[in-house]
Design a binder for this molecule. Structure first.
Ligand code: CA
Ligand code: CA
Length: 246
């Protein structure tokens, strides 16, 4: 199996982006060795923005690109979650990606958050999430029933209880360093790896040679104001309101 071969899809317009608000959105991916080097036209993306897939329909119906290799998995929507069941065939990979400019500007933060249950995995890992910055720095995570690990770093990861959904939140101010929280608590920090693929977010069954049963309650990403900036803005607003009162 080759998780490190996770690379972006072959077609590329980003779409389904909901600007300005953490609401609903869209996504799709590729499993080829990274051969695309910024030659695809990207959708201009004013920041902040927010894209949210909520598991109520298949991702390709909500603006995500789909990359599927080998026999298609069994997929269905269950209780507002997308179920991807590839246990029947190790050759299957099936994942979803958006290609668009994703980086935060100064004073902003890139965030990706997903709620996921990996019920079963054949081979150590099959499910993965990859984030490629606009200048091709990459962070990727592979998950199984009990573990999330950084793909491009050694011994960076954490474990969690099996058999239940967990919430993961990835955040980066500079697309070089990141922090990852699990169920709201800080789990680990890490650094991006210099790759060759630009401007993509993908998630799903990302490996051929491995199989899994995963349930995706949601996958959301976007750029939001940094908490400190938000506080500063609010403070300024309060001060100006107070000065008007005087
Ligand atoms: Ca697979
Ligand atoms: Ca959901």
């Amino acid at each position: 199996m080759c998780l490190c071969a996770i690379a972006p899809g072959l077609s590329g317009e980003g779409q389904g982006v909901n600007q300005n608000s953490p609401v609903a959105g869209s996504g799709g991916g590729g499993l080829l060795l990274a051969v695309l080097c910024g030659t695809l036209a990207l959708t201009a993306n004013a920041t902040p923005y927010w894209v949210a897939y909520e598991g109520n329909d298949f991702p390709e119906n909500e603006g995500w690109e789909r990359a599927s290799y080998g026999p298609p998995p069994t997929r269905y929507i269950e209780d507002g979650a997308l179920v991807i069941d590839s246990l029947a065939d190790l050759r299957t990979a099936d994942f979803y990606y958006q290609r668009l400019a994703i980086d935060p500007d100064p004073g902003e933060r890139f965030v990706a958050t997903w709620r996921l249950l990996v019920s079963e995995t054949i081979q150590p890992f099959d499910v993965a999430i990859t984030i490629f910055s606009d200048d091709a720095w990459a962070a990727a995570f592979k998950l199984n029933e009990t573990t999330i690990e950084s793909v491009f770093e050694d011994d960076v990861g954490t474990s969690f209880a099996p058999g239940e959904f967990h919430t993961f939140e990835f955040a980066s101010d500079d697309m070089r360093n990141y922090e990852l929280r699990v169920d709201g608590a800080p789990a680990f920090e890490g650094t991006f790896w210099q790759g060759v693929v630009e401007s993509e977010v993908n998630w799903g069954d990302s490996a051929q040679g491995a199989a899994s049963l995963s349930k995706w309650d949601y996958f959301r990403f976007g750029v939001v104001p940094e908490p400190s900036c938000l506080g500063l803005m609010l403070g300024t607003l309060l001060l100006s309101a107070k000065s008007r009162e005087v």
